[in-house]
Design a protein. Structure first.
Length: 689
């Protein structure tokens, strides 16, 4: 049985909660699952047909080839003439303004026949039509030859070359080669550009309606495949006609046509059962091997979000014709490996891929490729304490996916078929790798939202240049050295027991930060001066010592330390007593009743393996400083006495720790302490002659 799988009695509300989560997940999956009959066949032109013969069960329309559809659409596009509304009053208004200005200011300096020329030319360009320059350029890029000009209830076609823009209209009036008698310098004094305005406005609604009707007039089909007709037989080389017939059959059934009520009911039942089996398998896994996760709402939410997100994303992309290989499924095993554990990461990844595979065209190849990629991601992610680890994992995952898919191409002899391999698929896998690399930036939001702490954060917190640790080293140097020694001892034990060594190391560095305040009251920070406890009562002294836990939690809150680090601060003494002051008070007042709460830490006791390791390391390291001599016997006796006492007091009753783990921890503590306090040789002095 897993050390983490301590079954607790599940209440009725607990069963209801689990059932509701499972039902809601199944309902969401089934709602978004693709509808229609599934016809997953692997076929391409020039490739033999290896499956069973296919006979058309019912008549369905035969699709046109892509080249034929493209030609018909190009022809329709060429016949399309966008509609522009002409303003009949614009030309008259501008000519009227020009005549008015000429009569008032220009008649004295410009001959009258220039007025007649300009008005004639203005009428000419306005009658032809003046387009906005951007519309004219766009129409030329679209290779549009003409437009439809609408004036009231009438309309006519005008060639694009016969239309003007404000610039070409001005040039036509001022620099018209047919009117040599009119000098451009005089015409420029008329400020003709002030009277040139666009009089054609794009009618978007009518134009788009016209284009849509042209596109709809193109039929996707040419003929029919009759019921009972053989489409393809085993061993036949797939030609273009057979390829179109197979594609037509897939399209026909995917669109859900000709589905009876019984067929729709069968499909719905199958999808519900499929989703239910996979969700139930995942639930059984957690119940059997990691029931502790089911007690944590944040963990349940993370797993549910992960296992639902990727299938739902796959269903959506596939419905819109986008390849599922672009989805970075390996985010799931990487994140769950970082925040939870490898086994949970892989099982959840398997369930997510199985739920996604129901929507893709070739589920077997897809499932194998993604499972291999997930395994490689988990194997290559040890701790994620450095960015380079993720970069390396992404490279391995991308290569594994490509090699796996290449294997299928070789097995299916894709290199010898007419269509060959699918380069876009390999490009999708590369894009997948890039997206997977970018996913590193999602770690911090996930940590904040779900209150997890990744190894990257733990490594950053372990930096002794952090403000709180720097304060500890300056204001309580003895405590800082003690914390460093405890961190080394605890990390060594964690490595031996398979616990999270980086977590316990970081927790050890911060477990005594509460001693920053009133540092002189702790023996490791006293330097031979008078002990300040000599002037205090035993109760007051005990309360000062106990207070470093609450002060540490207050500092952790101030410096925004993660909750998992705060738990080390509150549990490293558990509910133990300050024995020195407790025993001293009891000896001084033998006949008085004692309020033991005054001498007891608030707790709680450790609840994780890492917290238990820190509690043992903290007590052992502190007590080891009181030894007069460091022999194997004295160190072994000290370690055994302290840890056995903690076990007897019941401090580890709620921890996933075994007697074998405790025995291993004792041995590690003894070995490390003997190494730390080993006797050094004395160097001889040089004899004087």
């Amino acid at each position: 049985m897993s050390r983490f799988n301590h079954h607790r009695e599940i209440t009725t509300s607990g069963y209801v909660y689990r059932a509701l989560v499972a039902i809601a997940g199944i309902a969401l999956l089934v709602f978004f699952m693709p509808r229609g009959s599934k016809t997953h066949y692997d076929f391409s032109i020039g490739k033999p047909w290896y499956d069973s013969p296919i006979i058309a069960k019912e008549t369905f329309p035969l699709l046109k080839s892509d080249s034929l559809l493209r030609a018909e659409r190009q022809q329709a596009q060429a016949s399309y003439k966008p509609i522009y509304e002409m303003s009949a009053d614009m030309g008259r208004e501008q000519m009227k303004k020009f005549v008015s200005r000429y009569n008032t200011t220009l008649s004295s300096s410009i001959p009258f026949y220039y007025r007649l020329y300009v008005t004639d030319k203005l009428k000419e360009v306005y009658d032809a039509g003046i387009l906005p320059a951007e519309d004219y350029d766009r129409l030329k890029l679209q290779n549009c030859k003409a437009i439809t000009i609408s004036t009231g209830n009438e309309g006519h076609t005008q060639a694009l070359g016969e239309l003007f823009t404000p610039k070409t209209a001005y040039e036509h009036i001022v620099y018209d080669k047919d009117s040599l008698r009119y000098r451009p310098s005089v015409l420029q004094r008329c400020d003709i550009s002030n009277y040139i305005r666009t009089n054609l406005t794009y009618d978007k609604l009518r134009s788009e309606s016209l284009l849509e009707s042209l596109q709809k007039s193109i039929s996707l089909y040419r003929g029919e495949v009759q019921a009972g007709q053989e489409i393809v037989h085993r061993g036949q080389i797939v030609d273009e006609q057979t390829y179109l017939a197979l594609r037509s059959m897939e399209t026909f059934y995917k669109n859900g046509q000709k589905q009876s009520k019984a067929e729709r009911l069968s499909l719905a039942i199958g999808q519900v059962l499929y989703a239910s089996i996979i969700v139930l398998c995942l639930l059984v896994f957690f119940n059997q091997f990691r029931s502790d996760y089911l007690q944590q709402v944040r963990t349940v939410l993370l797993v549910v979000l992960m296992i639902l997100f990727f299938p739902l994303l796959t269903y959506t992309l596939v419905k819109h014709g986008i390849s599922a290989y672009i989805v970075p499924y390996c985010i799931l095993p990487i994140f769950l490996r970082v925040f939870l554990d490898s086994r949970t990461a892989f099982i959840t990844h398997v369930c997510s891929i199985l739920l996604s595979a129901i929507a893709v065209s070739y589920p077997f190849e897809f499932t194998v490729t993604q499972l291999v990629a997930g395994l490689v991601a988990i194997y290559s992610m040890k701790l994620l304490s450095q960015r380079s680890e993720l970069f390396r994992a992404v490279i391995f995952v991308t290569l594994a996916s490509m090699i796996c898919h290449l294997c299928f191409d070789l097995i299916n002899m894709a290199f010898f078929s007419t269509e060959g391999i699918t380069p876009m698929l390999y490009l999708y896998i590369l894009v997948n790798g890039v997206i997977l690399l970018i996913s590193y930036t999602l770690l911090i939001p996930f940590e904040r939202i779900f209150r997890f702490t990744s190894n990257v954060t733990l490594v950053e917190l372990s930096n002794t240049n952090n403000e709180i640790l720097r304060r500890l080293s300056e204001e309580a140097p003895g405590t800082f050295q003690h914390s460093m020694q405890v961190a080394n001892l605890a990390a060594e034990v964690a490595n031996k027991l398979g616990a999270k060594s980086q977590l316990v190391r970081t927790g050890a560095l911060y477990h005594d930060i509460g001693k920053i305040e009133d540092a002189v009251f702790y023996t490791e920070n006293q330097s031979g001066t008078q002990n300040p406890h000599d002037n205090l009562t035993y109760v007051h002294s005990a309360q000062l010592i106990i207070g470093h836990v609450q002060k540490g939690l207050a500092l952790a809150e101030k410096y925004k330390l993660p909750p998992v680090i705060r738990e080390f601060i509150s549990t490293h003494h558990g509910t133990s007593k300050t024995k020195y002051f407790y025993v001293s008070y009891k000896n001084a007042h033998p006949d008085e009743p004692i309020d033991e709460q005054l001498f007891s830490y608030p707790g709680p006791n450790p609840s994780t393996l890492e917290q238990a390791i820190l509690m043992m390391a903290d007590s052992v390291e502190a007590a080891s400083r009181s030894l007069k001599e460091y022999t194997e016997e004295s160190v072994s006796e000290l370690v055994g006495r302290i840890i056995d006492s903690q076990v007897a007091e019941g401090y580890f009753n709620h921890c996933p720790i075994t007697f074998e783990d405790i025995s291993t921890a004792k041995q590690v503590f003894c070995d490390k302490l003997m190494t730390i306090y080993h006797t050094r040789i004395s160097y001889p002095e040089l004899k004087k002659e």
